[in-house]
Design a protein around this ligand. Structure first.
Ligand SMILES: NC(=O)c1ccc[n+]([C@@H]2O[C@H](COP(=O)([O-])OP(=O)(O)OC[C@H]3O[C@@H](n4cnc5c(N)ncnc54)[C@H](O)[C@@H]3O)[C@@H](O)[C@H]2O)c1
Length: 372
């Protein structure tokens, strides 16, 4: 019997060595009992009750190991997205849930188990979780900030450079056999060095994007709900402006704000109309921050030069007409997808889960009110 399960295309070090019994879930130890009791103060033969948890999809082995050592874990080893009904069923009787941003953790799921103490998200954004409902139910919610900043900032720059220099279009051109020789006007794009970047949301990732912009000797504008401290502005050489000024003056607009009711469709026709015809929009935050239909129209009519997108308004679907456009660079939500960073995110989420279940304050709690 194959005793391993591995997400398709995953790095070989992510193999999860748990027995597969042909069903969706894998139990790693008898229900409620420790397979490997540990601790000096336990009497011989004593069984330790471990908290019951559900892991909604496969995660890198390093994170899974932490969960398996401390919990009676059921894992969705199929690594497929579960329906709401399946999630409700799996959460029943559990004290902990480790989930991914593809799981919509709503009131019904949070209410499926009266014992539920913690929901640990493997993402920095937690717009997939109804945090208010969790707080009402005294359920701790955690996220994974910090460990993905540089990886996400790097990828923002991948999209920016690819869009400005028409890299994907050029690749397609070559593969289609259209390249017959050097041409002085062939696939000319926009310069990046010395231009103006406009960063919406100068938080952890936004600051990483700004740091990289300094290497390109760019003028750095930013807008944010909260102005950054003067020393941060000075260190980054970033100038605070209002949203309208940023969209009007930037050659590259990059989005690093969380998805909140007030940031839904933060970029719509109005903002796109403000942008220069030569400007590019980059979104590696959350899809619904951009009105995707309005963006398709702006790109089609060449009202802006291009866009680089990692996220979509109705993921994994894309707005009608988007894929037909040659002035958009598309990525399947992979801004934080480096092997090292995904491992760190899994370890952080697993640590948050276990700390909460063992009665300690998890390091990355997003609703600390539940503890008061
Ligand atoms: N594409 C990906 O794979 C990926 C990876 C990591 C993070 N993200 C997204 O990026 C977001 C930012 O992550 P972060 O760690 O930098 O968060 P952060 O909290 O450090 O920074 C967010 C910034 O946005 C600002 N902000 C909040 N509301 C605003 C508003 N209404 N208008 C203007 N500014 C506002 C905040 O003040 C803050 O400075 C996350 O919420 C997540 O959704 C996406």
């Amino acid at each position: 019997m194959d005793r391993t399960c591995k997400p398709p295309g995953a790095n070989p070090t992510w193999v999860c060595e748990v027995p597969l019994d042909g069903t969706l879930a894998v139990r790693t130890s008898p229900p409620g009992r420790s397979a490997f009791p540990s601790g000096d103060d336990r009497r011989e033969g004593e069984t330790i009750m471990k908290p019951r948890v559900f892991v909604s999809r496969m995660i890198p082995q390093e994170g899974l190991d932490i969960v398996l050592a401390a919990c009676d874990a059921e894992v969705n080893a199929d690594d497929r997205h579960l329906s709401q009904a399946e999630l409700i069923d799996k959460v029943k009787g559990k004290e902990g849930l480790l989930c991914l941003l593809t799981d919509d953790i709503n009131d019904a799921i949070l209410g499926a188990s009266p014992q539920l103490k913690v929901v640990a998200n493997v993402a920095v954004g937690y717009d997939n979780i109804d945090v208010q409902a969790a707080t009402r139910g005294k359920i701790i919610v955690t996220n994974t900030p910090g460990v993905l900043d540089d990886t996400t900032a790097d990828f923002t720059w991948c999209l920016l450079v690819a869009s400005a220099r028409r890299l994907v279009e050029a690749d397609r051109y070559l593969r289609a056999g259209k390249y017959t020789g050097w041409g002085i006007m062939l696939l000319c794009g926009e310069d990046i060095f010395g231009k103006t970047i406009g960063i919406c949301g100068l938080g952890r990732i936004g600051r990483g994007v700004a740091k990289r912009a300094r290497g390109f000797e760019m003028r750095i504008l930013y807008t944010d709900a909260v102005r950054a401290p003067t020393e941060v502005e000075r260190e980054l050489g970033a100038q605070f402006v209002d949203k309208e000024t940023l969209f009007r003056e930037a050659d590259f607009v990059t989005l690093h704000i969380p998805l909140l009711p007030q940031t839904h469709r933060y970029v719509s026709t109005k903002e796109l109309m403000l942008m220069k015809k030569t400007a590019h929009l980059v979104n590696a935050s959350r899809g619904p921050v951009v009105d995707e239909t309005a963006l398709v129209q702006a790109l089609r009519e060449r009202r802006i030069a291009g866009a680089g997108l990692d996220v979509y308004e109705h993921e994994p679907d894309m707005a009608s007409g988007l894929v037909e456009l040659d002035n958009v660079t598309l990525a399947p939500h992979i801004a934080s997808a480096s092997v090292d960073t995904r491992m760190k995110m899994a370890v952080m989420a697993a640590t948050n889960l276990v700390e909460a279940l063992q009665g300690r304050r998890p390091p990355n709690i997003v609703n600390p009110d539940v503890l008061s």
